[in-house]
Design a protein around this ligand. Structure first.
Ligand code: UDP
Length: 326
């Protein structure tokens, strides 16, 4: 079976390409290599192309004729999205529209989309279920939510494309790296907590900060649901199986259903690395919800997804091994 993977040279995409390749899928990665790296693509072929070039994408789809498309390519920095919203609407929303349109025109009927827990904004009830209202609080989350709506309408009952089916996966906090350290997160400017803490342990950054210690949580810092990237990759394979068996279009949370505070993560990074790096406690980062935890019962039940790495130490150990290799 042939799968086209947009953004397959990026952090999450490359782990999914690895999982697909290991299972014998024929993979074609399409990536503009703006933040991706060709050496992260362990299986299949890579074509350097930008989703902004709809003609180019349509040509690739016509010639490769994938059985399904998985769409990862996107910008992912929340703060940047606030400063430069149009960059996000262009790349995350408009370019996704290009890809979806190229798919329906090329008769591709199965589509898996990288969405985000950021579509929930500040949830009213926790853990968050998929039917919670979508109220993103930044352009990043909105740019992704719009793609969810585009997919929903494209697959709608009265749509002329109603044989098109999709799965949107709403990622919580993705972290960790390949067990054998072949691939991992490789961004010049890391903003995510675990990566920044590991860079502090490595001595690469000196100003590691905890953003906010006055939240209404047990230790005052924000709580997040950290999911290992290989478990997330497996969720994509399960979603693909589901669509192949005729499953209806749907949306699933991807998280473990429990969380850790920023302080707990920092303490675990210190324990795993053995480095007692300097931590500065500072004010809140704008737009951070206090607690974000997935209700994952739907994905477990419907896709038979079973997490294998629900262990913060394992997540941090694999990320640390990769970080040292970089
Ligand atoms: N955070 C922090 N220091 C950092 C990076 C992040 O205190 O250097 C906090 C951030 O404010 C949030 C949590 O860690 O409460 C997770 O942030 P991250 O950027 O990793 O993911 P997000 O939940 O924003 O997607």
């Amino acid at each position: 079976m042939k799968v086209l993977v947009s953004g397959g040279a990026g952090y999450i995409g490359s782990h999914v390409v690895k999982a697909l390749g290991e299972k014998g899928y024929d993979v074609l990665v399409v990536d503009n290599l703006s933040t991706g790296h060709s050496e992260l693509v362990l299986y299949g072929e890579l074509i350097k192309e930008d989703l902004a070039n709809k003609e180019g994408i349509s040509r690739i789809i016509r010639s490769f004729k994938p059985d399904a498309v998985m769409h990862f390519a996107a910008h992912i920095r929340v703060e940047e999205s606030v400063m430069d919203p149009l960059k996000y609407y262009r790349n995350n929303t408009v370019n996704s529209l290009n890809l979806i349109e190229s798919c329906v025109e090329g008769d591709i009927k199965e589509f898996i989309f990288s969405s985000t827990a950021a579509v929930y904004g500040i949830p009213e009830k926790l853990p968050v279920t998929e039917d919670s209202p979508l109220k993103p609080i930044n352009p990043y989350g909105r740019s992704k939510m719009m793609v969810e709506y585009i997919l929903e309408d494209t697959a709608g009952p009265l749509s002329k494309y109603n044989d098109f089916r999709y799965v949107s996966l709403r990622y919580f906090n993705v972290a960790g790296a390949d067990e054998k350290s072949r691939i991992g997160q490789k961004y010049p400017e890391a903003t995510h907590l675990i990566t920044r803490a590991l860079k502090a342990a490595k001595g690469e950054i000196e100003n590691f900060q905890i953003f906010g210690t006055d939240y209404n949580t047990p230790d005052g810092t924000c709580i997040r649901d950290y999911i290992h990237v290989d478990d997330l990759a497996d969720a994509h394979l399960k979603a693909l199986d589901y669509l192949k068996k005729g499953g209806k279009s749907d949306v699933f949370n991807c998280g473990y259903g429990h969380g850790y505070s920023v302080r707990e993560v920092v303490d675990t990074v210190k324990k795993v690395t053995g480095v007692d790096f300097h931590v500065e406690e500072t004010g809140r980062r704008p737009g951070d919800p206090p607690v974000l935890i997935a209700d994952n019962s739907k994905i477990k039940k419907t896709l038979s997804w079973t997490p294998r790495h629900d262990d913060l130490e394992y997540i941090i150990e694999t990320a640390w091994k990769w970080e040292k290799k970089l």
